[in-house]
Design a protein around this ligand. Structure first.
Ligand SMILES: [Zn+2]
Length: 216
């Protein structure tokens, strides 16, 4: 999961009865579909007064902390040429009323030439829309959320001690995704990935039984 992401799904579903684990996995899969839908539609950027001024003044990328560098003359020229070719394609399509045969190739060349400029761009949180800072184009793209890739954390208490065993049995029945353990040291693991889901254990950080942790 991206370090800049803060996302919480709260569910108050309570189920008691047969096949509880299967029901749990069903619900988790439904939540995952909802999360994927949310991630696939990035929030519009919200800039508060002062953000634009800070952006214009910024001389370094907030992500990599390195300065913004003027693109080379060669990169600028390549970009201008690619832009010109793309405009020609658009004009051609407007007059002919059909797709240009080399449209995809020319669009790709344009994207590459634009990316090579590594310009200063406005980076924002795709979940809450908040402006985060000025960034290199490439750094910004690296932080972008992959809605089918970004790991979705699922925190279970004492997962490693007990819950993981029966749960993983059920999960592996339901999904074609492979289980992948993230090791902590020999014989111990700190997390377990199943497809996009990352199971984490809160017992690692709060080593008490749930009855002692819950505020009554
Ligand atoms: Zn950067």
């Amino acid at each position: 999961m991206d370090s800049s992401l803060n996302y919480e799904v709260v569910s108050h579903d309570l189920y008691r009865g047969p096949n509880a684990l299967e029901k749990f996995v069903d619900r988790i899969e439904e939540e995952l579909i909802n999360i994927q839908a949310d991630l696939s539609a990035p929030a519009e950027m919200i800039m508060v007064p002062g953000d634009l001024k800070t952006y214009n003044k910024a001389t370094e990328c907030w992500i990599c902390k390195k300065p913004f560098i003027k693109p080379s003359q060669e990169a600028l020229q390549k970009f201008e040429e690619a832009k010109h070719r793309l405009l020609e394609v658009n004009e051609w399509e407007a007059s002919m009323g059909e797709d240009h045969p080399e449209k995809k190739k020319i669009q790709k060349e344009y994207r590459e030439a634009l990316s090579a400029l590594n310009r200063k761009v406005k980076d924002h949180d795709h979940i809450n829309g908040k402006y985060r800072g000025s960034a290199h184009d490439t750094c910004n793209k690296k932080l972008r959320i992959g809605f089918f890739k970004t790991k979705v954390p699922l925190i279970c208490h004492n997962f490693r001690g007990y819950d993981s065993h029966p749960l993983m049995k059920v999960v592996s029945k339901f999904t074609a995704d492979k289980l992948n353990c993230i090791p902590e040291n020999i014989g111990k693991y700190k997390a377990m990935d199943v497809g996009q889901l990352r199971f984490l254990d809160s017992f690692q950080h709060m080593g008490m039984g749930l009855d002692k942790l819950v505020i009554r």
